[in-house]
Structures are given as C-alpha cells and as structure tokens.
Design a protein around this ligand. Structure first.
Ligand code: NAD
Length: 474
C-alpha cells in the first residue's frame, strides 16, 4: 500500500496489465486471455545445506508459466531479494519474449534467495547442486521439459554445476547437456552466449535506427554514432551492451549507474576500463576520468539520447517517470519500467523498446545452444572448410578469367568460411531485426497502438493464442 492507501502493483500485476492492453486491442476472447496469463505451475523448495558446520535452510522457486511449447525456458537468478511474485512475473515475460522472437519454447523462471557474495566458491557449488537436485527430482529441470539459463547472480559456472548434477542423476539421457543453457563452451556451451543478451540489445538499437521515421518521432537523428547514453547496471547484460555501443558504434556512454553510485563523463566513459576497475576494486568509487556521485538512481534522470536500464526491475516508477529526460528508453533488464511509469512515459511521448523484445538475445542464443546440444555437433563444423574451398575456387576462376588479382576485400569475404561465432551472431542479428520489423508492422496496423510495448505484446499473444487454438484448447 502507498501512503495514500492505494494498492501498489506487484511485478506480476504490471506484466499482466501490459498484456491486457494487447488483449484489448485484439478484442481477444476473455477465456483465452486468462489461459495465456495464468502461470501453469510454481514450485517452492526449502532445503538445508551444511555451511561452515552450521545448517542453513535456503528457499528457491521455479515457475512454469506456459507449456504450449516445450521445453519451458528461462533463467535462474540468485539474489537476496527474490520472491514468488517476481519469479512468476519473469516466467510470464519469458512466454511473451519467446513468442516475439519465434523461439519455440514456453516460459519459465527460477530464483534462489541468497546473497552469492556471502559464500565461498565451494559453498556456492554445494548450494547450487542441491537446488538443482530439488528441481530435477520434482520434474522442473530436464532437456525436454524445463531448461534454465543464467540470470542475475548466475553465469557459466552455475550452469556447469547444474548440467553436471543432471548428468549424474540421469546417466541414460544422451541429451543431458541440453538440460541447461549458458554453459561454458568446453561443457557443451555455445560461443557467443555470454555476450548474447547485451549484443541483442545493440542489434535492437541498430534496427531501430534503420527506421528514419521512428527515429524522427523519438526526436533523434542519424545512427547510434555520437548518441549520449546512460546505462544502469554493468553486469553481464549492461557490460556487453555498453561495450559494443562504445567500441563498435561510436556512441558516448556518458553515465554508468551501479549499486554504489554513478560515474558521469560528458565526453564518454571507456566501458572496458570501468569494468576492469570494478573487477579490481569491487566498486566504481574512485574511478579516474569521471565524476562520481553517490545517488546513482538520480542519474537515471540525466538528459540523454538513450537510457538503458540493465540492472533489475522497477527502476523507473511513478516516482521518477515524470523526471526522465531520455529521448528513448531501451529495457535491457526485465521489468525496469513499472506499469504506472509506462503510462506516464507513454503520455509524455517517450518511446520504450520493451524488455520482452530488447533483451531476447539471451534466449535466442540459448535456443541455438539447445539445438547444438541435441544435435551433438558444433555449428559450422561440416561446412566451414567446404565453403572456404569453394571461395578459393571462385577467386581462382575469376583471376584466370580477368587476368587480374582479386581485391583483398573480396578474398577476405570469400575465402573465410563461417565459424560457430559468426553463425550465432548472424542468427541473433537476423532474429532481432525480424522481430523489430514485426513489432513495427503491428504498431502501424492498429490505430489504438502508439507504443512498441503494446505492439510487441500484440505480436506475441497473437502467436500464443494461435497455438492454443490449434491444439484445441479452445
Ligand atoms: P548481473 O547480476 O550480471 O548484473 C546486474 C548488474 O546490475 C550488476 O553489476 C549489479 O551490481 C547492478 N545492479 C544491481 N542493482 C542495481 C541498482 N539498484 N542500481 C544500479 N545497478 C544495480 O545480471 P544480468 O544477467 O546482467 O541481468 C540484468 C538484468 O537483465 C536482469 O533484469 C535480468 O533479468 C535481465 N536479463 C538477463 C539476461 C542474461 O542473459 N543474463 C537475459 C535477459 C534478461
């Protein structure tokens, strides 16, 4: 409740209300809308682990929001603030997200209530493996039904422990590696997964800038180059997004907001230097070449071209939405803008590229990893050398026909066959481009839609309802 006695919306309420806008636009049958919004099942586990001679009891959740496509897919977060509502909301977002980017999965999400920094590596391994056993035994983790991935507070390390736990409990499952994605490459992971969500955010921004009328409507001009960007959260997603924008797109990262404050530099921060500094000093405080301010959240209100919240949910709320001065918001995190804030920003005409699309790069490359695990072969292994030989033959034939040496640029393009990373990046780029174009088409098809979020939800619920109808639920 707020001081005025008004009920504050939960994360789940927020996601449901955003989906409701799309159901209204589509005039969708109430029953189908209810079926789509409902969380299919939720597991809560409590398990003891002996830490430093003392028994501690941990609480975790795994929500399966939808199973119209299997497996259900979604990250596991380890955080000191996580609860059932949050996990359910994130699972619902996964359902919508997978449909938007045409990844044939249902939606799921998991969370473990823990401060990962309070435990040693071996202790984290013990806790993670025990949590994984709970999920496996209760039918919430397998390559066929439910496949986790990294999220806040988890990464390759945790995914490797989970995969190994599954393998030991299921020695006959030849597809065991597909029980989780985001694994280290040496353990069945795919090249490019770690950077995938951040890279996907950048591909989304690049595609936005390819549509001059949308760019103009946002009060922007040109491309990413020179754009002044504020980013919140320099973790997995934020770091790769900011690094690529800084190094490949010549954008200016004018502020980085972290847990312990913000760094501001109008001339642009060197993202790699900031990250190295954080790795060494465990804080952003004291970083040279920037002004440090303790009130990080206030820097969300800086005047800028693009604001990228990449930390956690509910960062832009009814409290600060009126003061946001960005021309465009790109939701790299899940749920960073609450429903109330979204209403205010819509009214103010500040466009938002929504989470369910913007950060879908992670699940897209997870899908590639899962396919790689089921097919037991790395992408590009069969054809790379063949393509190279063919390229060499083409160049040789051209040189013989013309009597001239082929230009360098042609040789480079034709003689090098695509490796796994090339293919993953190309598949990710294609996915992000096509999805934005579909969202844009939906935005332009309905008079009632004037924002990307509602358009994205329309694309998504249209596809999901189709699959419900096709399998005869309605
Ligand atoms: P992470 O734990 O790697 O990074 C989060 C970063 O945000 C950390 O650097 C942390 O210090 C910072 N942070 C936390 N609270 C903050 C606050 N209040 N203010 C400023 N900074 C704060 O997590 P991540 O994997 O990068 O995930 C970030 C967001 O992206 C989450 O919402 C997550 O659900 C979403 N997401 C992640 C992935 C993925 O592949 N990892 C995929 C899709 C969506």
């Amino acid at each position: 409740m707020t001081k005025a006695g008004k009920k504050t919306l939960s994360f789940c309420d927020s996601v449901n209300l955003m989906a409701d806008r799309a159901f209204a636009v589509l005039n969708m049958d109430e029953g189908i809308a209810k079926a789509i919004k409902a969380c299919n099942s939720i597991l809560e586990v409590k398990f003891p682990v002996n830490i430093r001679g003392k028994v501690e009891v941990f609480t975790g959740w795994r929500a399966t929001h939808s199973t119209h496509r299997l497996p259900a897919k979604g990250g596991i977060r380890f955080a000191s603030i996580v609860n059932q509502d949050e996990v359910e909301a994130l699972a619902a977002l996964m359902t919508y997200k997978c449909a938007i980017v045409d990844v044939p999965f249902g939606g799921s999400k998991g969370g473990l209530l823990i401060d990962p920094n309070a435990y040693e590596r071996d202790e984290m391994q013990l806790i993670t493996r025990r949590f994984a056993r709970e999920l496996i035994r209760k039918g919430f983790l397998s390559p066929a039904t439910n496949v986790p991935a990294p999220d806040m507070g988890t990464g390759e390390r945790e995914m490797a422990w989970i995969a190994d736990t599954y393998k030991h409990l299921n020695p006959d499952d030849i597809n065991y590696a597909g029980c989780v994605t985001g694994k280290p490459v040496a353990h069945g992971g795919i090249r490019g997964r770690t950077e995938a969500t951040g890279r996907g955010v950048v591909y989304a921004i690049r595609e936005f800038f390819r549509h001059a009328d949308e760019v103009k409507a946002a009060g922007l001009v040109g491309s990413c180059a020179g754009k002044r960007i504020v980013i919140q959260g320099l973790g997995n997603v934020g770091y790769y997004a900011a690094k690529l924008l800084d190094e490949e797109d010549d954008a200016k990262i004018i502020a980085i907001i972290e847990r312990d404050g913000a760094l501001v530099n109008e001339n642009g921060l060197n993202v790699e230097d900031v990250r190295q500094y954080i790795n060494q000093c465990k804080t952003i405080k004291g970083f040279p070449d920037a002004t440090y301010t303790e009130d990080g959240a206030a820097q969300l209100e800086l005047e800028c071209d693009i604001l990228i919240p990449a930390a956690m949910e509910a960062q832009i709320t009814a409290g600060n939405a009126k003061r946001i001065r960005a021309k465009l918001i790109v939701e790299a995190a899940n749920g960073p803008v609450t429903f109330e804030a979204d209403e205010i920003l819509r009214e103010r005409g500040i466009p938002i590229i929504p989470d369910a699309y913007a950060n879908a790069g992670g699940v897209t490359v997870s899908y590639f990893e899962w396919i790689r695990n089921l097919s037991h072969i790395r992408f590009g292994r069969m054809e790379r050398r063949y393509d190279e030989l063919r390229g060499e033959a083409i160049i040789k034939a051209m040189e013989e026909m013309t009597g001239k040496d082929a230009p360098d640029i042609m040789e480079k393009g034709l003689i090098r066959g695509a490796d796994e990373l090339d293919l993953v990046r190309s598949g990710l780029d294609d996915t992000m481009r096509l999805a934005f174009q579909e969202i844009l088409a939906a935005k332009r098809s309905y008079d009632e839609i004037n924002d990307y979020r509602t358009a994205a939800y329309v694309v998504s619920v249209n596809k999901i309802s189709r699959s419900y109808i096709d399998i005869g639920v309605y």
